[in-house]
Design a protein around this ligand. Structure first.
Ligand code: NAD
Length: 314
């Protein structure tokens, strides 16, 4: 039996799995400034993004066997140091793919029919300027037959491509490390397989009506002025990957010039205080980094974390 500190919460299904496996679980949050004092009493810790597990804390926990992170990124854990001490570092990379893909499409549907704009204007003007609002949102567009450019054809990029093909879009995917992927289109009632080969950035930029990013942030933006210049006029951009993958000045300039018709943004440089000119832009659909925030993703994260922890703790 191991003692596990769940410091940022876990879905009840995951908690039950850990307890059923015979482990002692504490879900009482230990504040960061008390972690070095309290964590030595535990064999494992599970975090989301709030708790940081840095070298200084790991150093004083000689009994620690596993660190679990519910989610994809491991930026809040000193992974190399932990592994050098023989500590298993676990994350749940696959659990949220479908949810993030659906959020990217939520932005896209919202932009296609100006939902994000009408939800802002209807409460104040819907009763006095109904006809004017109806006219201003009259130029919606269908997604069917349009081309989606997918930058990053990993788990989430592929899940997004599956949704796109399901609604009748064409997909051009770009990924230097993926040549092709077999996608499953549809769901429990009806599904089909479909192979999509990746293409070049130039081809994608020149032909995509909508571009969606699903890449990690590696220190430099993937889309800057040069890439925006190569896009179709009136393209739509969706970013539900990581802040910094898009040069935000270049995105705003592209919105001003009309190169971009609109953008859907879930991730920002400088979270949790994104810049105001993006938040206030009338052609930007906004969410506060909620790509993985669904009950299904949270349950899948809890289950995957519990399974991997049980295995790591023997
Ligand atoms: P993944 O590792 O499965 O896929 C990422 C892909 O991007 C890889 O195939 C990689 O080869 C490719 N890639 C890397 N650099 C590239 C580049 N310059 N151009 C084109 N392709 C490139 O990762 P994933 O699970 O699909 O996650 C993708 C991103 O989504 C990550 O940044 C992750 O942090 C983010 N994410 C966001 C949320 C959210 O709440 N919005 C939730 C989960 C994950």
């Amino acid at each position: 039996m191991a003692k596990i500190l769940i410091n940022d919460g876990i879905h009840p299904t995951g908690e039950k799995m850990l307890k059923d496996a015979g482990h002692e679980v504490s879900t009482q949050n230990v504040p960061m400034d008390q972690l070095a004092e309290k964590l030595p009493a535990y064999d494992a810790i599970c975090v989301r993004s709030a708790t940081k597990v840095r070298q200084a804390v790991i150093e004083v926990c000689p009994n620690l066997k596993a660190i679990g992170r519910g989610g994809v990124g491991l930026d809040n854990i000193d992974v190399d140091y932990a592994r050098s001490k023989g500590i298993a570092v676990i994350n749940t990379p696959a659990a949220s793919s479908r949810s993030v893909a659906e959020l990217a499409f939520a932005h896209l549907f919202s932009i296609a029919r100006s939902l994000y704009k009408s939800n802002r204007s209807m409460p104040t003007k819907g009763d006095t300027e109904f006809k004017a609002l109806k006219k201003s949102y009259a130029k919606g567009f269908e997604l069917y037959g349009r081309t989606l450019g997918v930058i990053g054809f990993g788990r989430i990029g592929q899940a997004t491509a599956e949704l796109a093909i399901s609604v009748g879009m064409n997909v051009i995917a770009v990924d230097p490390y993926v040549k092709e992927a077999e996608l499953t289109i549809g769901g429990p009632q009806c599904s089909a397989k479909c192979t999509v080969k990746t293409s070049t950035m130039e081809d994608m930029l020149a032909n995509a009506d909508v571009i969606t990013l699903h890449v990690p942030f590696t220190g430099a933006p993937v889309l800057s002025n040069a890439e925006f210049a190569k896009m179709k006029d009136g393209a739509v951009l969706i970013n539900a990957s990581r802040g910094g993958t898009v040069d935000e000045d270049a995105m705003l300039a592209a919105l001003e010039s009309g190169k971009l018709a609109a953008a859907g943004v879930d991730v920002f440089i400088g979270e949790p205080t994104p810049r105001k000119d993006i938040l206030e832009h009338d052609r930007v659909s906004l969410t506060p980094h909620t790509g993985a925030s669904t009950v299904e993703a949270q349950e899948k994260i809890g289950i995957e974390l519990a399974e991997k922890l049980i295995e790591a703790l023997g």
